[in-house]
Ligand binder design. Sequence first.
Ligand SMILES: Cc1cc2nc3c(=O)[nH]c(=O)nc-3n(C[C@H](O)[C@H](O)[C@H](O)COP(=O)(O)OP(=O)(O)OC[C@H]3O[C@@H](n4cnc5c(N)ncnc54)[C@H](O)[C@@H]3O)c2cc1C
Length: 355
Amino acid sequence: MSSEIAVVGGGIAGLNVALRLLRAGHRVTLFEKQRGPIDKVCGEGLLPFGVRQMHGLGLLEAVREIGTPFHGIEYRLGSRAVQGDFAAGEVGIGVPRGRLDQLLRAACEAFPEFRRQSGCKASLADLQPFDRFIAADGVHSPLARAFGRRVRMGRRLGVRFRVQAAPPRRVRVAFFDYGEIYVTPIAPDAVSVAMLLDGRRTPRGPRLQPWCTAQFRRAFPECEGALSHFATRGHIVADFHGPRPDFHLVGDALHTFDPISGAGMSAALTAGAACVAHLEDPAAYYRAVAPVIRSVDNFTRVILAFRGGGFRTRLMLNRLGRSPATFNRILALHDGVHQPWHLEWRVALPLLRFW
Ligand SMILES: Cc1cc2nc3c(=O)[nH]c(=O)nc-3n(C[C@H](O)[C@H](O)[C@H](O)COP(=O)(O)OP(=O)(O)OC[C@H]3O[C@@H](n4cnc5c(N)ncnc54)[C@H](O)[C@@H]3O)c2cc1C
């Protein structure tokens, strides 16, 4: 039966769920507080399970056209680097967020039943006339908080810029004293650089950009090209407490406690599909989406435990370096292609405490 549905938040989670609802025959009003195209601070890498969702949406060819493929992940600490590849036939795609936003938005706008209210911060009063509403309002989800969910803000800071450089075959992640640097291929001549930083230890104001550039050049001396699109975002981490409200939360509003695993967009796309499949029953939706969220959160815990650029990071890189097949299996686990019992016991045991 066709319903009148409000979606709050026009990021990737909101647009994805809006498109799926429109295709299921519903009328959708999307509220987005920002005006114009949204080019979010993000590492811009879709993992293979996000690419599979794009395939399911029928948008894979369009995403391929605006993005650049990558085949695995490389972790770096100084001159030490280890590489892992996705399972055979699986590929990730680096996509500039602004263009992904345009693509999803155009797909929604093709439906006459779609209305978008830009520059409109939706309040509960705005949502009264609708049969139901879905909150895709981001990591600090004001709607979830209005219903009693407590959110603890983190001190991590996100930075994003782009650099002219040849695209690498894998997403490169460098660990250093202040956080992590992600380099994702997004075009034949450009990479996206995202930094996740300890906001208490980084310079502020105009000193931040030159500092970030210097850290990036030190970690990736091979990427010498010009920089553009510098943008920052504070409090990128949140920790949720309290019960889930009796309506659908999707995207970062549902679960993020640190974007370190680079799976936020892919998880948002997956949750959107489950949300529409269980539209009448939020509890069934939360049950359906729990395994994906658990897997992303557990992988996040593993990387958080080994980051920092010190002894533990070196230990992790040494272990992964000694067994590239293990690294591949961990990536397949993260991607939902493998289960923990597919790992050798020597790898599975230390991971158990995170799972
Ligand atoms: C530095 C960094 C690097 C990252 N790297 C990656 C990566 O490589 N790969 C990956 O998959 N993920 C990555 N992520 C995570 C990814 O960006 C998020 O998971 C994803 O953007 C979540 O999308 P969303 O739609 O849930 O939230 P958002 O994109 O935050 O969208 C929420 C929207 O809701 C709007 N909104 C909020 N309140 C209201 C209201 N009351 N009314 C109307 N509108 C409202 C906001 O304006 C916003 O546009 C990274 C994140 C950061 C910070």
